[in-house]
Each structure stands twice: as structure tokens, then as C-alpha cells.
Design a protein around this ligand. Structure first.
Ligand code: UD1
Ligand code: CA
Length: 477
């Protein structure tokens, strides 16, 4: 590439010091989650696409918490103690910019819908035009609240904020998105000239437009057609709208990639999640976090999947809650199963209705079809767990493991008092309470033997008719 600027270092400067008063929250605006992730994290995703050499972030309110939220990112923090406007935020970063040559991409931290390709295209336009300053703009049907871009002879010559705008200026529908590209060397001298003569008595970064245009320098307004990408989030209504836009974008991408969503507007899939081809997702399904769902799966209504990993051909029936678990190929879960963190189902496992698992490993082909609790358990392959089986994993102090080796058959209504192990191929009779290890291949029974008291019912009836009390002896006869 030999266009101007193409080989010059790019620095990004993210403005993130504000509290975000309009959120009416004790939590700083940029920490409010969008799809479970702080809003500012999304901005970093977009930035990655233009690969800035340095990223500077201006922090102020709850700076420590914001830094913590960004712990996985590479950036240099600048603290703006007192928030006196977007221009002031940039002034605060000045010491870190002084030595830096090259281009500066300044962006508001509250633009979580911005995409990488949009930033890359904007950078390209800035470079090819050789502008002193480029602004990203868009047209909004309702531009209320945004800074309006006022053009003269086609080029922006001033940005006027909502509160400073005349009625005529408020009619302008082209708005400033809060994304700027400017040469560091061009920007720095302008900062000295910013004032606070405006309705908010703040230093507005946007005043650099009139300063440059007034000096005859080229200011370029790059109009972005898709205004849904450049909406700022200032209050909770806009936060909800941003979540809806991100969600819709994800669903469209999945459908384009071959996923069937039976009712896309009532399906919630985290933008970080992956879903394989030919998987069918029913309405009212929630997929949270960086979940991975394989190909040819069927996820029926009301399933809530949080950080799950699942192979191909898995069926999740209605109303399951599954968190931090792995599910192998061809497994079937539910309806109404609760797989808690640390559940690992191998291929072709079947977990049926009202089964709860936690830290449980179920080997290939094993089944727990009804009404069971399997916690801290390890099941080999082809184990059959009867209805109502409970692993008693907690003694009030510590958790203990239950091991059911390959081919074990557990009769219904069994309690497995851990730590305990049932050897390969062993059977446990229904209704047993197993407190000791069961040798492989044996039958374990712990229930009292059944007995019959002949004629008992008839005697009871006669007593009742005669008004006599039941005998007090232990023999009910
Ligand atoms: C700003 C623009 C407006 C534009 C809009 C786009 C100015 C003066 N106005 O308005 O033209 O249409 O964005 O969304 O720039 N911040 C700081 N320190 C401060 C003040 C703000 O770091 O002292 C940060 C905030 O945390 C936020 C960003 O700058 O991430 C923008 O601030 P905000 O108050 O939301 O600006 P707007 O009023 O939306
Ligand atoms: Ca804003």
C-alpha cells in the first residue's frame, strides 16, 4: 500500500471516563452488560479489526472496575479525575500523545454496535482522501440528543450539540457518531484552543471541526448508511435497543450460515455463541455466553443454555437448564433436566425428565431417564440409573464421590451414600440404600425383606365397626 498514511502508526483513544448520568445507575455506563459482557468490551472487538499499535483509554468514574472488566485487553489507561467534556478527556491523554507520530482514531466508549469492518472502511476513506480530520456520521429520523453535523459547500464546518442548537439546526438529521480520525500532529495544537463557551460548560471535542474548517483544512464527513451500527448508548432504553440489534445481527448471521430458527424474534443467542449447520432451534430458547452447539442438533422450546459445549446430533428437549456442561454427540437431554456446572455427558447418553446433575461424568450410552440426582458422580459406559436414584454426596461437611463402573444397573429409588463405588456389571436392587462398595458382578440389596400379614384388612374393618381401638403391640395383627 502506498496511499498516504497507510504505513503510519495508528493509535486508538477510547473515551470512557463518564458516569453516564442518563443510565440512572450506581454502575458506570460502560460496565452495563450487553449480552452478559460490559458494553465497553464490544468496542474493543471492533478496534481489533484495525489493529492499532497502541490503545489508550481515558478512565474516570469507577476506573478500577472498568480496568478489571478489560483485563484481557492490551491498553494504556489515562485517568481523567474530573469529567469536563470529551475535549477535556482528550486533553488528559495529551502526555501520552506528545511523542506519538501518526494517526489517531478517537472514539466514544459508548458505541457497542460499531463493527470492525466499518472502522476499517472509515480508516481507508480517511487515508485515501488525505483529510486533516474525518468524522463518521449518519442520518437519523430522530436525531434528538446527538451533535448535528453542519455542512458548508459539502464539507462539515461545525458540529453543534443538541443543547446548543438553534431550532433550524435541530432540523438537521446528519449526526456526529463520536468516531474521529485525525493526525496527532494536527490535533495537539487544536486542544489548546478548545473552550467551554457552551450550554454544558464543557470542553467539546467536536469543536476541533470548526477550528480546522475555519483554517481552511479539509474536514471529511463519512456518512455511514446503516445507522443501527453507530447508535450511542446513553440510557436503558438505548441499552435494550443495542442488545436487540446485536441479537438480531447474530440471528441473521446464523440463519445465513444454515441454522434454522423457527421463530427468530423469540430466540436469544449470545453473539459470542457458535451454532452448527442444520441445527434447529425452537422459540424461547436462550443461549448464553460463548456456548458451542454442534451440527444437526435440536433445541426445543424453553431450553436455557449457559456456557455449554455440545457435539453434533444432540437433542435438548423442552425446559432444560444447562450450565457450564459438555454434551457429546447424539445425547438426549430432558424435558426438564437441570445440568449444573461440571456435567459431562459422553456420546449417546440419555438424561431424562427431572434429573439434576452436578460435577457428573456419564460414560457413553449411560442413561438416567427419570427423577434422579447425580452429583460428584462418575458413571462408566452403559450404566442404567433407575428412577428416583439419589447420590447422597454431601455429609454436611464435605462432598464425596460416587463411582458406578461400566454396565452397572441401579434399581429405582436407590440412595448411593458417597463415597461409594459399584463395581462393573453389578446390580443394585430397587429401594436400596448403598453405604458400602459393591463388588463387580454382584447384586446388592439393602431393603428389609417383604412380609405379609394374612387377614389384616378384615380385622381392621371389624375393629372399626365395633369401635375398638387398634392394638398397641408391635404386631399390627
Ligand atoms: C457525544 C458528542 C456528540 C455525538 C455523540 C455520539 C461531544 C461534545 N458530543 O455526545 O456530538 O453526537 O457523542 O454518540 O463530544 N467522556 C469522557 N470524559 C468526559 C466526558 C465524556 O471520557 O469528560 C466519554 C464518555 O464516557 C462517553 C463518551 O466520552 O463514552 C461520550 O460522552 P457522552 O457524554 O455520552 O457524549 P454525548 O452527549 O453522547
Ligand atoms: Ca453518548
Amino acid at each position: 500500500m502506498n496511499r498516504p498514511g497507510a504505513n503510519r502508526p495508528l493509535t486508538a483513544l477510547v473515551l470512557a471516563a463518564g458516569l453516564g448520568k442518563r443510565m440512572r445507575s450506581r454502575t458506570v455506563k460502560l460496565l452495563h452488560p450487553l449480552w452478559g459482557r460490559p458494553m465497553i468490551g464490544w468496542v474493543f472487538d471492533a478496534l481489533r479489526e484495525v489493529a492499532p499499535e497502541r490503545v489508550l483509554v481515558v478512565l474516570g468514574h469507577q476506573a478500577e472496575q472498568v480496568q478489571e472488566a478489560l483485563h484481557a485487553e492490551r491498553f494504556e489507561a489515562v485517568i481523567q479525575q474530573e469529567q469536563r467534556g470529551t475535549g477535556h478527556a482528550v486533553m488528559t491523554a495529551r502526555p501520552l500523545l506528545e511523542g506519538a507520530a501518526g494517526e489517531l482514531l478517537i472514539l466514544n466508549g459508548d458505541l457497542p454496535l460499531l463493527t470492525g469492518p466499518t472502522l476499517a472502511a472509515f480508516l481507508e476513506r480517511h487515508r485515501s482522501a488525505g483529510a486533516a480530520l474525518s468524522l463518521l456520521t449518519t442520518h437519523l429520523d430522530d436525531p434528538t440528543g446527538y451533535g448535528r453535523v453542519l455542512r458548508r459547500d459539502g464539507a462539515p464546518h461545525r458540529i453543534v450539540e443538541q443543547r446548543d442548537a438553534s431550532p433550524d439546526e435541530r432540523q438537521v438529521t446528519e449526526i456526529n457518531c463520536g468516531v474521529y480520525l485525525v493526525d496527532v500532529a494536527v490535533l495537539l495544537p487544536l486542544l489548546d484552543r478548545l473552550g467551554t463557551d457552551n450550554a454544558q460548560h464543557e470542553y467539546y471535542l467536536t469543536d476541533i471541526v470548526s477550528a480546522l474548517a475555519g483554517a481552511g483544512q479539509m474536514v471529511q464527513g463519512v456518512v455511514h448508511a446503516d445507522s443501527r451500527e453507530v447508535l450511542g448508548v446513553n440510557d436503558r432504553r438505548e441499552l435494550a435497543e443495542a442488545a436487540a440489534i446485536l441479537g438480531r445481527r447474530k440471528r441473521h448471521a446464523l440463519m445465513a450460515a444454515g441454522v434454522t430458527l423457527l421463530d427468530p424474534d423469540h430466540t436469544y443467542i449470545d453473539p459470542r455463541a457458535q451454532v452448527g449447520q442444520d441445527t434447529v432451534i425452537y422459540p424461547n430458547v436462550w443461549v448464553e455466553g460463548a456456548s458451542v452447539i454442534g451440527e444437526d442438533c435440536v433445541i426445543r422450546p424453553g431450553a436455557h443454555l449457559i456456557e455449554v459445549r455440545m457435539g453434533n446430533g444432540v437433542t435438548i428437549k423442552d425446559g432444560c437448564v444447562i450450565q457450564s456442561s459438555e454434551i457429546g454427540n447424539g445425547a438426549q437431554v430432558g424435558p426438564f433436566a437441570h445440568l449444573r456446572p461440571g456435567t459431562y455427558l459422553c456420546e449417546k447418553v440419555k438424561v431424562g425428565n427431572f434429573v439434576e446433575t452436578k460435577k457428573a461424568f456419564l460414560g457413553p450410552g449411560s442413561k438416567a431417564s427419570h427423577l434422579s440426582y447425580l452429583g460428584d458422580a462418575e458413571l462408566g459406559k452403559d450404566v442404567n440409573v433407575g428412577a428416583g436414584t439419589i447420590t447422597c454426596n454431601y455429609d454436611g461437611v464435605a462432598k464425596h464421590r460416587t463411582v458406578l463402573e461400566d454396565g452397572v444397573f441401579i434399581g429405582s429409588d436407590t440412595q448411593l451414600v458417597a463415597p461409594v463405588k459399584v463395581g462393573a456389571g453389578a446390580y443394585v436392587g430397587a429401594g436400596s440404600t448403598i453405604t458400602r462398595d459393591v463388588p463387580p458382578g454382584s447384586l446388592a440389596l439393602s431393603r428389609p425383606p417383604q412380609r405379609h400379614i394374612e387377614g389384616w384388612a378384615e380385622r381392621k374393618q371389624k375393629r372399626a365397626q365395633a369401635g375398638r381401638p387398634a392394638p398397641q403391640k408391635k404386631d399390627e395383627g
